[in-house]
Design a protein around this ligand. Structure first.
Ligand code: OAD
Ligand code: ZN
Length: 254
């Protein structure tokens, strides 16, 4: 398959699902996880820290202050960042598909926890790994937005029961939210066309979802400047950044 064919299939598709990873937010200046050094000169988080020291339940119970400091810093950075051209094009694709083919025509699934898709005008995405702009009560599980970064002193306290809140994200060794995962699975099963953008396709179950589209006869286009373990399976792979690749695939000039 070539770019023209992939673009034509996307254009004609009645059910589209898009999966995004940290690469989609790289051009907003937000570090990815596994890149040694990305286009913007940012090193991925996991080039600097061990995941198990910061993003695991064990790390949190051992040293909640350190873990909260890291998340509070990322929350500040994400709040200060702006969505980029890639986020905007995904929101535009969503509007287009919904207008043409109705409610079920577009699903956005993200591994990102930065909330930038929503700020770019997308409907609330299926957030497989949670969202770091929110906390979740350790006692009653209430989810609440964090206070504005200027006033936020971690850890946050649940306004309902007064207990400490943890970051509302999925850590290594934890289950994904079951309802969100099931909705994502359904979207991939039903899709004519899936786009897999800016993810290293190494973290499961997220990395396995696009295979379901292929098994059911749909096509999957990957957009990533680098090869990934998914590349050999993709119907078509665009070696480009998110913004540039999406513009080419959608026939947009910007
Ligand atoms: P990774 O850091 O593993 O991969 C980022 C991908 O983005 C790489 O394949 C890069 O080649 C690509 N990339 C870099 N710049 C890009 C750009 N401008 N446009 C498009 N792609 C670009 O991030 P994820 O795959 O999202 O999990 O990582 C998956 C999960 O691992 C994360 O959700 C997080 C992490 O541990 C949790 O926090 C549970
Ligand atoms: Zn509570």
């Amino acid at each position: 398959m070539d770019l023209q064919q992939a673009a034509a299939l996307l254009h004609a598709a009645r059910r589209v699902v898009v999966m995004t990873g940290a690469g989609v937010s790289a051009e907003s200046g937000i570090p990815t996880f596994r890149d040694a050094l990305n286009e913007n000169g940012l090193a991925g988080h996991w080039a600097r820290f061990k995941p198990q020291d910061l993003a695991s339940p064990e790390a949190y119970w051992r040293d909640p202050e350190t873990v909260w400091d890291w998340y509070a810093g990322r929350y500040r950075d994400v709040t200060a960042a702006s969505p980029n051209a890639g986020h905007a094009l995904i929101a535009r694709l969503e509007r287009r598909k919904l207008a043409q083919h109705g409610e079920g025509a577009f699903t956005l699934v993200t591994q990102n926890v930065d909330g930038l898709h929503l700020r770019a005008g997308s409907r609330p995405p299926l957030e497989l790994h949670g969202n770091l702009t929110h906390g979740r009560c350790e006692a009653c599980e209430t989810v609440q937005p964090l206070p504005a970064p200027e006033t936020f002193v971690p850890p946050p306290t649940c306004t309902r029961c007064g207990s400490r809140m943890r970051p509302n994200v999925v850590w290594f060794g934890e289950m994904l939210p079951q309802d969100v995962l099931e909705a994502a699975q359904l979207a991939f099963e039903r899709a004519d066309v899936a786009l897999v953008i800016g993810t290293s396709s190494q973290v499961y179950p997220a990395a396995g979802l696009a295979g379901e589209t292929l098994r059911r006869g749909g096509t999957v286009t990957e957009i990533n400047p680098d090869e990934t373990p998914f590349t050999p399976h993709a119907s078509f792979s665009l070696r480009a950044t998110a913004g540039v690749g999406l513009a080419a695939l959608m026939g947009e000039q910007d």
